[in-house]
Design a protein around this ligand. Structure first.
Ligand SMILES: *[C@@H]1O[C@H](CO)[C@@H](O)[C@H](O)[C@H]1NC(C)=O
Ligand SMILES: *[C@@H]1O[C@H](CO)[C@@H](O)[C@H](O)[C@H]1NC(C)=O
Ligand SMILES: *[C@@H]1O[C@H](CO)[C@@H](O)[C@H](O)[C@H]1NC(C)=O
Length: 542
């Protein structure tokens, strides 16, 4: 861990808002398989106080290691006390976000945030899927506290834990360890919502999934997944989409597992025996091997989703079919890649270091080979034509742009634009870029001005995080975004952001220049913003 991640870690501890639950119980709800008790929480927004009912840490499933999860069908005591945090899944990333709750393989929990309304009408449901590179994340992080969003937008918000790292994505060659388990967990959570959310007053026919980073990639995977049919009706992708260069095919996934097994002294002659052996290893042994020299999400060495299975058939990853035709908001932040400079390029953080053009070219080539993209010469050409390599500020910006634009921004934009082109007549599509650097950016790891609007900055706005309340401009944008997000969940249309109408991506059937909402102090619609840039990357990927 370098010194910057320590800073980030420290800052995030300051964020954790201990919302002292007032220990007043919410009404007991009858679920399909039993009863659940929650808490009443009071939300303070300005001088307004509202109450929500919070069912926290409810177990939706069980899973054996490397196996598909099973739905919970009973619990002891008759009434499930969903009144405290549950376990987080085992984490494998750098500790640059909040400290998770107790880590355990037994982690299939969800939270339900239910606004208190007099209305008898069923409320739309939004389902949050967290990010963290498929290596870390937890619904119990305070930055994902959805109480404000649920209350402000009058929607039910559910957040679901899913398994991570090898526990979420190890592929063992057959059904003993079928891979993509994190996605199977998400699917089970969505099934649980279909079976139970009406009892909370939620409408199972109006489910919007939304997620950021790996959560957004998950959302796009669920859009593609035949198994997710009928489980949701709208989707919001915040910075990330499935892209073949970041996913493994089955062969690569199995080879990763074998390498891992060898390091854990497991015999790899027979898949079944290999998986059986891996099941006997302790969490500590597994963590040690996973974290040995490959704790970089850009390295491609970590366990990650794969394609070619029942969740992501080959056709899906080639965009030959978008299985689940849903309304979609997709977008990204202005500077997606800058955060990764802090995490993975310490040499770029020392202002005294000097670089040559040769060195910069080397860095770009190595980055491209890490993400299995060929044609690194074209990338070098495109990004360094006007670069002054002896200016470290320019170098870090260029490396950050390449990371962010190749892995996050353009995959997201291309995914949404393709889908909008194909299904624009049957569904509605909206796109955005977040251009406002929040006053509290530093608290989210976006420490320096040159980093701009970092990856993940949208989270604080969407959840009206405590940290942004110090700036009236940030608070205003947060309210505008929450309004648009929840309007979309209700009707499939975000309507206005502030005073600006959010137009569809191809508003008048014109399929050349995509429209995008630029979210800022003054919002505005723009056209063709990413045409040249993402056209370049589309050519690199293909
Ligand atoms: C659940 O909470 C209630 C109220 O505090 C308590 O009476 C009950 O014993 C708890 N049940 C379990 C299974 O812990
Ligand atoms: C760590 O990785 C190195 C190089 O890949 C390997 O030689 C070593 O055995 C690994 N250590 C552990 C504890 O797995
Ligand atoms: C390149 O950057 C260095 C360091 O900031 C500066 O001294 C130099 O003048 C710049 N060169 C050009 C051609 O702008």
């Amino acid at each position: 861990m370098n010194r910057y991640s320590i800073i980030v870690l420290f800052l995030n501890f300051c964020l954790i808002s201990s919302f002292a639950a007032d220990e007043e119980f919410a009404p007991i709800i009858n679920l399909r398989h039993g009863k659940v008790r929650g808490l009443v929480r009071t939300i303070v927004e300005g001088d307004q106080k509202t109450k929500i009912h919070f069912y926290q840490g409810f177990r939706y499933g069980y899973a054996n290691r490397f196996e598909k999860p099973m739905m919970v069908t009973s619990w002891p005591g008759g009434i499930y006390n969903a009144t405290k945090e549950g376990n987080s899944c085992i984490q494998f990333g750098q500790p640059f976000v909040e400290k998770p709750t107790h880590e355990s393989e037994d982690c299939l929990f969800l939270n339900v945030y239910k606004p208190v309304t007099n209305d008898k009408k069923l409320l739309p449901v939004m389902v949050w899927i967290y990010g963290g590179g498929f290596q870390e994340g937890s619904i119990f992080f305070s930055m994902y506290d959805s109480a404000h969003l649920a209350s402000y937008g009058e929607v039910i918000v559910v957040s679901i834990n899913y398994r991570l790292g090898p526990f979420g994505f190890l592929y063992g060659g057959d059904n003993n360890a079928p891979g993509n388990l994190g996605f199977h967990d998400q699917l089970l959570g969505l099934k649980w919502i279909q079976e139970n959310i009406e009892n909370f007053g939620g409408d199972p026919k109006s489910v919007t999934i939304f997620g950021e980073s790996a959560g957004s990639i998950s959302v796009s995977a669920l859009i593609q997944a035949p198994l997710a049919e009928g489980l949701f009706h709208r989707a919001i992708m915040q910075s990330g989409a499935v892209i073949s260069t970041l996913f493994d095919n089955k062969d690569v996934a199995l080879r990763k597992t074998m390498k891992f097994a060898v390091q854990l002294n497991c015999d790899i002659q027979d898949n079944e025996q290999m998986v059986a052996c891996l099941k006997t290893k302790s969490i500590e042994e597994i963590k040690k091997v996973v974290m040995n020299g490959s704790d970089n999400v850009l390295s491609g060495k970590l366990f990650s989703p794969m394609y070619g299975d029942e969740i992501l058939p080959i056709k899906a990853i080639l965009y030959e079919n978008y299985h689940n035709r849903v309304d979609l908001i997709y977008g990204a932040t202005h500077d997606e890649g800058s955060l990764f400079i802090i995490l993975y390029y310490p040499e770029l953080m020392n202002d005294k270091n000097t670089f040559t053009m040769e060195k910069v070219h080397e860095m770009i080539s190595s980055l491209m080979s890490q993400i299995n993209a060929e044609k690194s010469n074209e990338v070098i050409d495109y990004y360094t034509k006007t670069l002054n390599a002896s200016n470290i500020n320019e170098v870090r910006k260029v490396i950050g742009r390449i990371i962010g634009e190749s892995m996050l921004l353009c995959p997201t934009m291309l995914f949404g634009q393709r889908m909008a082109r194909d299904y624009g007549t049957s569904n509605k599509f909206y796109s955005y870029r977040l251009d406002k650097r929040s006053a509290a950016a530093g608290k989210f790891g976006c420490l320096f001005e040159w980093m701009g609007v970092c990856h993940g900055q949208d989270i604080a706005y969407v959840f009206d995080n405590l940290a942004i309340k110090s700036s009236p401009e940030d608070l205003k944008l947060s309210h505008e975004m929450m309004k648009a997000w929840t309007n979309f969940a209700k009707t499939g249309k975000p309507d206005k952001v502030g005073s600006i109408e959010w137009q569809q991506v191809y508003e008048n059937g014109h399929k050349d220049l995509a429209s995008v909402m630029l979210l800022n102090v003054e919002n505005r619609m723009d056209k063709g913003t990413f045409k040249e840039l993402c056209g370049f990357w589309e050519n690199i990927y293909s």
